[in-house]
Design a protein around this ligand. Sequence first.
Ligand SMILES: [Fe+2]
Length: 302
Amino acid sequence: MGVFRTGFVQLRVPDLAAASKYYSEVLGLVETDREADRVYFKGWDEHDHHSLIIRQDERPGLDCFALKAEGPEDLQQFENKLETKGIKVDRISTGERLAQGEGFSFEDRSGHRVVVYYTMKKVGNGLPLENPDPYPQGLKGIAAPRLDHLLMTTPNAAEDLDFYKDVFGFRLTEQVVTPDGNPIAIWLERSHTPHDIAFIPGRPGGFHHMAYWLDSWYEIGKAADVMAQHNVKIDAGPTRHGITRGHTIYFFDPCGNRNEVFTGGYVPDADNPPITWSVDKLWTGIFYWDRSERGSFTEVYT
Ligand SMILES: [Fe+2]
């Protein structure tokens, strides 16, 4: 029982044409569908119809993110738990959202809209299931294979920690705590990676970044080359995080939504104890190599 992973992220973009070109040619995602006001993408190695939706809107930011449940019985259990916490659920019927089966959405403690579902149309990863090549031909740009995680902002990480553990069975991998032991930033996983979702201090509903996975540190360097070729401004990196141990590079889409490509980290067993960072070591946790404060990284988000 539980959720597999973060299923998809839906972002607002003021310039749908520019954003669509960027996600296709720079991040190298595969466009799977489009409607009048939105475009659907997936990483090349994902089998489900989409892991990213960009939607035309006046201001950038996060519309919602989605958790893919393990089965239909989980939907009812999650709904019951949310009800006991006084959280209203909006049902989503099959076919109501393109390529997505039944589910529901709700607003979490920190003001983020969360979609929960368990089926999505399968479109495959461009490779046969029998005798496949290691990757398909014709990939573009960074050619990210799959969505990895997203980081959001919250006024109360301690509350979010209790909520996501209790309702969805997330496990805490890492936290930043104040001297009195109060968590102000948290990293949570369901897919045996350092994080599927994470929260840092900030306003309710804030979106810091979403990250697509790459297979190696070498690929992170190649991603920097692709950004230079396309005149995409690099926000931070390539570098290594202390928190998660991952290798990373940050950049922005043409509409101001922060993106990351990420690799490495560790494989947490479900019974691992969480790692704790004291708040005075926050910047070592974020940028392990230069260990210096960069206010814009935590203060600028959509
Ligand atoms: Fe990240």
